[in-house]
Design a protein around this ligand. Structure first.
Ligand code: ASP
Length: 410
């Protein structure tokens, strides 16, 4: 099943010439096409995989393996030093060390592989596939996973880019009580943040961070984005599900997890059934967002099982979101500090993207990327209007004058 990059691109180019495909960008809301209009092959992924869809789609259309196609998509952001949610350049844990999680499921052979908390290896999605192909296990973690990766030919390399290191340093210097220690959202002892400070205090804090950022040598054009990452530590991940014209399906998910997490923390991404689940008799699903909450509802597996019982992709995803809401007894003071997006593909090509909150930031909505002959981004269908406040809760409200300044909200 393994394929070299050169071979991958060559087969994609052949297919491209044969079909004369012309990708068009269209922005519309994610919806479930009626089975009659659902298309195969199709690839569904997080929006940060969008730029890698063309090659992968052509490869799939040309008879390429479904998992190889998905891994091609997620490898793009893993290799990109400027995508700080995954692979090289991912934001590190609280010790300044990048730790990556990934998993994959290969529908045609009904196999799975997974790695958690891996340091020094960039393409953990491919390591997850190697676990699946070269061991009798499903999941390897930590040092053992790293040693396995090196043994199977993956290079050890530093994953902390200068940019991510500086954002981490800025976060370290800005630390007060806003870290991951202490009772989590699910604890009865958790208390919502106290009254937001006045915007003057907020402005002063940003001003101090700007000075620190300049002292650390963070480039002026990236300074505002770095400050935002410190004030609201971001999540970020890529999931991809694929379906070929024969009805074969695969899925994979890869991430650097929550920024500044506790060392050793594994999120939902490497958990088969949470961050990804594929059963090609039914469909494939994956998740990005608050990993702790997704693990507790076994999100991807729940969605596939919902579809098995007859729900549409959208209904199946909405039900998983409702389970998260139920886990918090509909308590909006807590739900506003988490977010979740599910990517759902049924075996007939019907699909949906659903999210807990409509917006991913005050200025942008959650999107999925799709390629079924036309590459496009689509807005997810959301359970709640508006935007979540990112977790861990940061006890400030962005003052309106800064809200207008989109560079702070990237
Ligand atoms: N789900 C990932 C995690 O919890 C983060 C994300 O998707 O943004 O590690």
């Amino acid at each position: 099943m393994s394929i070299t990059r050169r071979g991958f691109l060559e087969s994609a180019v052949v297919a491209s010439l044969a079909t004369g495909l012309n990708a068009q960008d269209k922005s519309k809301r994610s919806q479930t096409p009626e089975p009659s209009s659902a298309k195969r092959p199709i690839i569904l992924c997080s929006n940060n995989g969008r730029n890698y869809l063309d090659d992968a789609f052509l490869f799939l259309k040309n008879g390429g393996d479904t998992l190889d196609a998905g891994l091609h998509v997620v490898k793009g952001p893993e290799d990109d030093p400027f995508d700080d949610s995954v692979g090289l350049g991912g934001l590190p844990n609280e010790d300044g060390v990048v730790e990556l999680d990934a998993c994959c499921m290969h529908g045609p052979t009904r196999r799975a592989g997974s790695v958690g908390g891996v340091r020094n290896i960039k393409n953990v999605s491919l390591v997850a596939r190697a676990v699946m192909e070269h061991t009798g296990h499903v999941m390897l973690v930590g040092e053992g996973a790293e040693r396995f990766a090196v043994a199977t030919g993956f290079p050890r390399e530093s994953l902390l880019t200068d940019r991510s290191r500086k954002v981490w340093l800025l976060w370290k210097e800005a630390q007060s009580t806003n870290d991951w220690w202490g009772p989590g959202l699910a604890s009865p002892q958790w208390k919502p943040p106290l009254t937001p400070p006045q915007s003057k205090v907020w402005e002063e804090r940003i001003h101090q961070l700007e000075e620190h950022a300049a002292q650390l040598g963070i480039e002026p054009e990236f300074r505002a984005a770095a400050i935002r990452r410190v004030l609201s530590p971001p999540t970020g991940t890529i999931h991809c599900s694929t379906l070929n014209d024969k009805g074969e399906m695969s899925g994979c998910t890869t991430t650097s997890g929550l920024a500044f997490k506790l060392p050793g923390r594994c999120g939902d991404s490497p958990i088969i059934g949470a961050g990804c689940y594929t059963d090609q008799d039914v469909g494939s699903a994956g998740a990005t967002g608050s990993g702790e909450e997704n693990i507790k509802v076994a999100g991807a597996h729940t969605i596939v099982e919902n579809m098995r019982r007859g729900m549409s992709p959208q209904e199946a995803g909405m039900d998983a979101l409702q389970r998260i809401v139920r886990n918090f007894n509909n308590d909006m003071t807590k739900l506003k500090f988490m977010d979740m997006t599910y990517y759902i593909l049924r075996k007939d090509g019907a699909y949906a993207g659903v999210s807990l909150w409509e917006h991913s930031s005050p200025t942008s909505v959650h999107r999925i990327a799709v390629h079924d002959g036309t590459r496009r981004s689509e807005q997810t269908v959301a359970l709640f209007k508006g935007v979540s406040q990112e977790f861990p809760p940061f006890p400030v409200t962005i003052p309106p004058e800064l809200k207008e300044d989109s560079v702070y909200l990237k």
